[in-house]
Design a binder for this molecule. Structure first.
Ligand code: IPE
Ligand code: IPE
Ligand code: MG
Length: 258
């Protein structure tokens, strides 16, 4: 991985999709797809850590997923719990900071307790910021953020910075790259605020088949893209700013800031 990649892509978010279809394609129950899918998570976390990413945010369960059958929902809770029990030591050893973003109060008490324990234990870790979006919805996150602000600042105008500061995990910052596995090309209510200028990458690979090598190749591919953030390319922008500055000096004197 080049330095260029490390500079440009710091926060990666992944919509881990395609578990159910992966299983159905093999004449298995959807749940089997989730079980296989959950075993992929640790590899991708390891790869993100090895690549020196600052943050990895994984979409594990959306607010809309509450409408799925109870058995499927329960399996997803159990898999989250199992992941934490199994990976807890590795998370700590690798100085990873773990967080869940979303509303988890309807999860079993033991799972909520485990999540809070691991969050507390890892809160001062300075390595990869690993977040699981669970019971998460982007619209819901914005509603919560705005309400938090309004409660603390009644009557005050809300700015973009105020919204960013009141998100579930404000220090994650903007998403640089959003990957979705499973072949669909949509956002499905994930990190709506944070993906404003994210690069998007959709792969047909279903999540249980997603490998470290594909993850790495996507990062290399995306690192080659030019991110302009509404500007034009850097050289042109430098040139035009210089011209604009000269023009301003000629017409309205040198006190103008450009
Ligand atoms: C993603 O896989 C995991 C969750 C949404 C919880 P799906 O269960 O959505 O799998 P597909 O998209 O139906 O194949
Ligand atoms: C998005 O996948 C949510 C997660 C991966 C957790 P879905 O499978 O729920 O999304 P839709 O329904 O295809 O948009
Ligand atoms: Mg899906």
């Amino acid at each position: 991985m080049t330095n260029k990649t490390e500079q440009k892509i710091q926060h990666v978010a992944i919509i881990m999709d395609g578990n159910g279809r992966w299983a159905e394609g093999r004449a298995h129950k959807r749940i089997w797809g989730h079980i296989r899918g959950s075993s992929v998570v640790a590899n991708i976390v390891e790869e993100a850590d090895d690549l020196g990413l600052q943050a990895l945010t994984l979409y594990a369960f959306s607010t809309e997923n509450w409408s799925r059958p109870q058995t499927e929902i329960k399996t997803l809770f159990k898999l989250l719990q199992k992941f934490l029990v199994k990976e807890r030591k590795k998370i700590m050893d690798n100085k990873i900071r773990f967080n869940v973003i979303g509303q988890i109060e309807n999860l079993p008490e033991a799972t909520v307790q485990l999540i809070r324990d691991v969050e507390k234990e890892t809160k001062d870790n300075q390595g990869l910021k690993l977040s699981f979006a669970f019971g998460y919805g982007g619209k819901n996150e914005l509603v919560v953020a705005v309400n938090n602000f309004v409660k603390k600042n009644p009557g005050k105008y809300i700015t973009e910075a105020d919204i960013s500061r009141n998100l579930y995990q404000p220090d994650l910052g903007e998403v640089d790259l959003l990957i979705r596995t499973g072949g669909d090309q949509r956002i499905s209510n994930f990190l709506l605020w944070q993906v404003a200028y994210a690069e998007l990458y959709f792969t047909k690979t279903k999540w249980p088949d997603f490998k470290r090598s594909e993850f790495r190749n996507i990062l290399i591919d995306v690192a080659g893209r030019e991110r302009r953030f509404g500007n034009i390319d850097c050289q042109d922008s430098l040139k035009s700013n210089t011209q604009l500055a000269k023009g301003n000096q000629r017409s309205i004197g040198s006190s103008t800031h450009v």
